[in-house]
Design a protein around this ligand. Structure first.
Ligand SMILES: Cc1cc2nc3c(=O)[nH]c(=O)nc-3n(C[C@H](O)[C@H](O)[C@H](O)COP(=O)(O)OP(=O)(O)OC[C@H]3O[C@@H](n4cnc5c(N)ncnc54)[C@H](O)[C@@H]3O)c2cc1C
Length: 392
């Protein structure tokens, strides 16, 4: 069978790109290209929770379920509440996102979603690609590859940390959560296994998603995360037998490696595979939305031409993240005070810009000044080999 485009992986990036192609074609009054999405899952169920400080408009605005304008961070000596109304912290549950995306795509007969089917290989020739799936071979002009990236071979000077976490959505018998103020990082927990913080999204006075999150080289046994969650819910909220309604887990690479934009002229990488996770936070949702919009525009404005792939992230942000990551890897114990310092010393709007890859040239020096200067200057010098290497 033939398609204009194959999208390998109907996750966040694959679905976002397909929705953008469909909606932009409709808006322009041009025929929608023929797109085949290939996804091994048989159904899309709730499997993750996206949050971000709002900077870009996207077609999933109606999927936002909570919006906070204040947030808390804490370490051993400080508990700070900061906030801004300009860039609220928004929450999109993945099931609502998937339902919206699938509902939109169902309006377009040109877009076909094949579930229960995995991409096994992508072969690129001069004028087309072949995508080998479980059942057949699909030919396409271009392939967008949003499958999880293979783990990189360890070695060199690269920083390869992992942000790994387990979350429980819990229901409490009495009101214990402040629904106005999520906790982004509470470092007042055991730091012996790596940089470790608790994250709390309060959906109601009796309901919250509580996560135990580590930044370290490797995941931990399940029992460790569970003990963390039980202990925190007991000590912080007095919940000795919490009712767990839903669970999530994740492991997002935090790496200094240059992003890999494509594996050939006709095979373009999407999402995390395309380097869209911010190195120092693991956040990717908004970058995926922005890139999907730009890519779809490129495909519709210059059909047939090899697409120009937008730079996944600003070069200055990538360089700054590499310095931070190298510093966190070398001295994990300095992570908690340094990160809380940023919340304490920077104006919230500026910090949101920095954490969301929307910082301007004058913002970076101010971020540096908010950190212990001697320590960060040493980190900058030490990690100089990592700074400015372009995406490939
Ligand atoms: C639990 C969790 C919470 C997160 N929270 C946030 C957050 O709050 N804010 C934020 O900005 N980012 C967050 N992220 C990071 C990032 O936004 C998500 O990982 C996002 O889903 C990345 O999108 P993606 O399309 O690259 O990957 P995915 O959404 O994981 O999509 C990859 C797709 O590829 C499919 N696939 C796998 N193998 C094959 C194959 N052989 N052939 C075809 N398809 C295949 C998978 O089934 C999947 O559907 C979170 C990540 C996780 C895991």
């Amino acid at each position: 069978m033939r398609a204009d485009y194959v999208i390998a992986g109907a996750g966040c990036a694959g679905l976002s790109l397909a929705v953008q192609i469909a909606l932009q074609a409709r808006r322009r009054g041009v025929p929608c290209p023929r797109v085949v999405l290939i996804e091994p899952r048989a159904r899309h169920a709730r499997d993750r929770t996206w949050c971000y400080w709002r900077f870009v408009d996207h077609p999933f605005a109606a999927a936002v379920r909570h919006r906070w304008t204040r947030w808390r961070v804490a370490d051993a000596g400080r508990s700070l509440v900061r906030g801004t109304t300009r860039h609220p912290y928004e929450h999109v549950p993945s099931d609502v996102f998937y339902d919206m995306a699938l509902g939109t795509l169902a309006e377009f007969p040109e877009i076909e979603l094949r579930r229960g089917c995995a991409v096994r290989a992508i072969r690129e020739a001069a004028d087309a690609c072949e995508v080998v799936t479980d059942g057949e071979v699909v030919q396409a002009r271009l392939v967008f590859d949003g499958r999880p990236a293979p783990a990189p071979a360890p070695g060199g000077d690269e920083v390869d940390l992992l942000q790994h976490f387990v979350g429980w959505e819990v229901e409490a018998p009495a009101p214990v959560f402040d629904p106005e103020v999520p906790t982004l990082m509470d470092f007042t927990v055991d730091q012996s296994r790596g940089i470790h913080f608790m994250y709390v999204l309060p959906f109601a006075p009796t309901r919250a998603l509580v996560e135990t999150t580590y930044i370290s080289p490797a995941s931990l046994p399940d029992a460790t995360y569970e003990d963390d969650l039980r202990g925190y819910l007991r000590d912080r909220y007095g919940l000795t037998a919490p009712e767990v309604r839903w669970r999530e887990r994740g492991a997002i690479p935090m790496t200094s490696r240059p992003a890999s934009l494509r594996s050939g002229p006709r095979v373009i990488h999407l999402g995390l595979r395309g380097g869209l996770a911010k190195g120092s936070t693991g956040y990717a949702f908004q970058a995926i939305q922005r890139t999907s919009e730009l890519l779809a525009r490129e495909l519709l404005e210059r059909p047939g031409a090899p697409p120009r792939v937008p730079a996944p992230r600003p070069a200055a942000a990538v360089a700054m993240d590499r310095v931070l990551l190298a510093h966190l890897q070398r001295t994990p114990g300095r992570g908690p005070p340094l990160l809380v310092d940023l919340f304490e010393r920077l104006p919230p709007d500026l910090l949101c810009r920095f954490l969301s890859d929307h910082a301007g040239p004058l913002d970076y020096p101010r971020v540096m000044l908010a950190t212990p200067m001697a320590e960060m200057t040493a980190a900058v010098v030490r990690s100089r080999a990592l700074w400015l290497r372009p995406a490939t």
